[in-house]
Design a binder for this molecule. Structure first.
Ligand code: NAD
Length: 502
């Protein structure tokens, strides 16, 4: 297959004449691994070399229809399992994932370009934890009763039905397992459509699910593009629920499509999160925290603090120390355990991020660090998607670069005079996902946090997650909440049964 191209309209890809051993990933439908009905393929490219590392089925509405049909016929049996039985299945999947956790980390790093250390500590660890967590949650789940003087209300929770789960490329298995685990726990059957850019660990999950012997049709996986496979899933008349994580513009298309038959819908979308650094912050702890918030996963986390708001009395001191820390981050080979920043996911995405750096110059910004390809990238990685961590100051808080999601290793710096101005800047965007506040005064931190229009705010930390807490955004960052009991509620229908007893 070395010299053929899928002609799928993707960027020109580098086909290695010796890549005959690259894997063909398959769909998993009704307990069988299959190619796409069209027999067409997409190329999965390495972010660090630009070379093809796998092929994925270019699935269309026929594959989605087969998967939905399988999920529908598996539903009665799966829904009839007790919560304890379903929890035991989730634990089996978690155990099998744990055995293969190094493989999860290696594949995730290969597919996304993220550092292997991050893939181990975050992606692999959290994917396992998601299955264990929701097994525990569903075991402990106690439906409510409400007494009246002459009646008792029993609330029961029914599965919603066939769940369509669509996920992005930045945290592939972490986000897929965050949806699959609670969906299965509450008795739904699943059709998953992962990002076509990072399909590898979804295929590994299908393999694991097949190995542990989950009944056929309970979990189905369909690879492919958003426009073909994704939109066929969101518009399918026999899908009852869509949980979507991805960009805001895509989320709007998904919402419109899912509305046709009133599917239950959760949208976890983009962010442009503010990091507010107060003058009384402990800078020794704050600088590493703000650097991590800005650049983790090459800045490709929806929660990343890409707008850094600094109280003007400490602006110069903060910026000096911050730039030293940013310039110290090792960028390069993701398989090197010392690497902090790897490659961006695709050449298209790098181009988009670079276009914002160009725009920042037109908007009056000054680049204090980065903005270009890092030095010292080895020859074999010359075609990778590289960008140095980039820091820009001097932009108006209303500029496009300061209000639109860039989703790369790019942060903008903005001084503020007082709390009121900090909040005005923090809230001057259409997004409303997350934020963080850094101060020694926890009362003040909580007060500022309450004024930020987002779904989540951290004080003196960032991405410190308790899986029981609600996760989600406001404004253009999404609709609904997942996490803990919010996930169990989303993946079920609450039904009230009132027993009258005079
Ligand atoms: P994307 O919107 O391009 O794609 C996400 C998924 O949707 C992919 O699987 C894609 O194939 C599919 N898709 C694309 N078009 C579709 C359509 N018309 N119908 C159905 N499915 C379609 O997003 P991305 O570039 O993969 O991910 C980056 C975005 O995801 C960023 O905006 C980031 O902020 C967001 N994100 C949000 C969260 C969160 O929890 N809020 C978490 C991670 C990423």
């Amino acid at each position: 297959m070395g010299d053929e191209c899928c002609n799928s309209g993707c960027k020109p890809c580098l086909l290695d004449p010796d890549d005959g051993d690259i894997p063909d990933l398959l769909n998993y439908i009704d307990g069988e691994f299959t190619t796409a009905a069209s027999e067409e393929w997409l190329n999965d490219l390495s972010p660090v070399t630009g070379m093809r590392i796998a092929r994925v089925p270019n699935s269309n509405e026929d594959d989605i229809d087969a998967a939905v049909t399988a999920a529908r016929s598996a539903l009665p049996e799966w829904a009839a399992f007790s919560r304890e039985e379903r929890a035991t299945w989730l634990d089996k999947i978690a155990d099998a994932l744990e055995v293969r956790s190094e493989e999860v980390a290696q594949l995730e790093s290969l597919d996304t370009g993220k550092p292997i250390t991050l893939a181990r500590s975050v992606d692999a660890a959290r994917s396992i934890a998601n299955f264990r967590f929701f097994a525990e949650q569903v075991r402990e789940f106690t439906p409510e009763t409400f007494e009246m003087t002459n009646a008792t209300n029993h609330v029961i929770y029914k599965p919603v039905g066939v769940a369509g789960l669509i996920t992005p490329w930045n945290l592939p298995l972490y986000l897929l397992s965050w949806k699959v685990a609670p969906a299965l726990a509450m008795g739904n059957t699943v059709v998953a459509k992962p990002s076509e850019l990072t399909p590898m660990t979804a295929s590994l999950l299908a393999e694991i699910i097949d190995d542990v012997g989950l009944p056929a049709g309970v979990f189905n996986l369909v690879h492919g593009t958003g426009i073909n496979a994704g939109s066929a899933l969101t518009s399918h008349h026999d899908v009852d629920l869509i949980s979507f994580t991805g960009g805001t513009a895509t989320g709007a298309a998904v919402a419109a499509s899912a509305a046709s038959n009133f599917k239950k819908l959760s949208l976890e979308l983009g962010g442009k999160n503010a990091t507010i650094v107060c003058a009384d912050a402990d800078l020794d702890a704050t600088i590493p925290g703000v650097v991590r918030a800005g650049f983790l996963n090459q800045g490709q986390v929806c929660l990343c603090g890409s707008r850094i708001l600094i109280e003007e009395s400490i602006y110069d001191e903060f910026v000096g120390k911050f730039l030293t820390a940013v310039n110290d981050m090792p960028v390069g080979d993701p398989s090197d355990p010392d690497t902090t920043l790897g490659a961006l996911v695709s050449s298209d995405h790098l181009e988009k991020v670079m276009s914002y750096i160009t725009l920042s110059q037109e908007e009056g910004g000054r680049i204090l660090a980065g903005g270009n390809k890092p030095e010292g990238i080895p020859e074999q990685f010359a075609n990778g998607n590289w960008l140095s961590p980039t820091v820009i100051e001097g932009l108006s808080p209303e500029s496009r670069c300061a209000t639109e999601e860039i989703f790369g290793p790019v942060v903008t710096l903005h001084p503020f005079a007082d709390e009121e101005e900090a909040l005005a800047i923090a809230n001057a965007t259409d997004y409303g996902l997350a934020g963080s506040v850094w101060t020694r005064d926890l009362e003040k931190g909580k007060r500022i946090a309450e004024g930020i229009d987002t779904g989540m705010v951290w004080v003196n930390t960032w991405l410190h997650r308790d899986l029981r807490t609600p996760f989600g955004g406001v404004k253009h960052s999404g609709v609904g909440r997942e996490g803990g009991r919010w996930s169990l509620s989303f993946y079920s229908h609450a039904v009230n049964i009132c027993l009258y007893d005079e």
